[in-house]
Write a protein that binds this ligand. Structure first.
Ligand code: IPE
Ligand code: IPE
Ligand code: MG
Length: 236
C-alpha cells in the first residue's frame, strides 16, 4: 500500500459484533465489549501510522439505551476505564479527544471523566479521536433543525441563509471534515443511525470479522480497498 498517497483524512468505524464474538467464545456479552477495547487501541495506532487526521468510533448509539441495564452499565464502566487508562497514551501520541451525541444522557461520573480527558487533550493535534456516545443521527439532525428554526424565528438568520454548509455547522460534528471511509465490522450492511448527513459521499468497507478480532492490518486492508475506489461525487 502506498502510505503517502490518498490516505483518507477521516475514517469512521461502526464497531459491531462484540456480543456475537462473546457468544462464539461461550462468554457473556460484557466480555465481548471488554475484548473490543483492544481493537480500539489497534484502530488508533493504525490511524496514527497512516497519518489519518480524524477517527470517529461509534461506541454507543441512542438506541443502545434500550439494552438490558446491566449491559448498559458494563459499557459505561468500560468507557470510564478507557478514559482513565488511555489518557497518558493519548497525550503521548498527540491525540485529541472529542465526543458527539447526547452526552447529557451519560451518567454524571462518566460525563465528568469524558469532559476531563477532552479538556486535557484539547491542545493535541496529530489525530482527533471522536467518540460517538449516546449518538443518533436523526436526533442530531432534529436538534439542529430546532436550533435553526429558533434562529430564524428570532431574526438572527434569514431562512434563505440555511445552506447545506450552514446546516452542517449546526451538527455535533461541526468543524470536522466528512468521513472519507466508513468501516463496519461483523459483516452487517447497514448504517444504524450513524452520521447520516456526514457519510453522503463516504466509501464503505464492510469487514467480515467481529469487532474484538479487528486489528491494525484490517485498517490497512480497508484503506487499500478505499484507494482502489473512484470517488465520482456525481460527476464522471
Ligand atoms: C457493538 O457490539 C458494541 C455496541 C453496540 C455497544 P454489539 O454489542 O452490537 O454486538 P452484536 O452486534 O450483538 O454482536
Ligand atoms: C451500532 O450497532 C451501534 C454501535 C456500534 C455503537 P448496533 O449493534 O447497535 O446496531 P444494529 O442493532 O445491529 O443495527
Ligand atoms: Mg450489534
Amino acid at each position: 500500500m502506498n502510505l503517502h498517497n490518498d490516505i483518507p483524512k477521516h475514517i469512521a468505524i461502526i464497531m459491531d459484533g462484540n456480543g456475537r464474538w462473546a457468544k462464539a467464545h461461550g462468554l457473556p456479552r460484557a466480555q465481548g465489549h471488554r475484548a473490543g477495547a483492544e481493537s480500539v487501541r489497534e484502530a488508533i495506532d493504525a490511524c496514527k501510522e497512516l497519518g489519518v487526521s480524524y477517527l470517529t468510533l461509534y461506541a454507543f448509539s441512542s438506541e443502545n439505551w434500550s439494552r438490558p441495564p446491566a449491559e448498559v452499565s458494563a459499557l459505561m464502566v468500560l468507557l470510564e476505564r478507557f478514559l482513565e487508562s488511555k489518557v497518558d497514551d493519548l497525550m503521548k501520541q498527540g491525540v485529541r479527544l472529542r465526543a458527539i451525541g447526547q452526552l447529557d444522557r451519560l451518567p454524571a461520573k462518566t460525563r465528568a471523566m469524558l469532559d476531563n480527558v477532552i479538556a486535557k487533550t484539547a491542545g493535541n493535534d496529530l489525530l482527533t479521536l471522536v467518540l460517538a456516545l449516546s449518538y443518533g443521527s436523526r436526533e442530531e439532525i432534529t436538534e439542529a433543525a430546532k436550533k435553526i428554526a429558533l434562529m430564524v424565528a428570532s431574526g438572527e438568520i434569514a431562512a434563505n441563509e440555511i445552506t447545506p454548509d450552514f446546516f452542517g455547522s449546526q451538527l455535533h460534528t461541526s468543524g470536522l471534515p466528512d468521513p472519507d471511509l466508513l468501516i463496519r465490522t461483523s459483516g452487517e450492511m447497514r448504517v444504524s443511525n450513524f452520521l447520516l448527513w456526514q457519510i453522503s459521499y463516504a466509501e464503505m468497507v464492510i469487514v467480515d470479522k467481529f469487532w474484538p478480532d479487528f486489528r491494525q492490518g484490517d485498517v490497512f486492508a480497508a484503506v487499500k480497498e478505499y484507494q482502489k475506489r473512484h470517488r465520482r461525487y456525481g460527476s464522471v
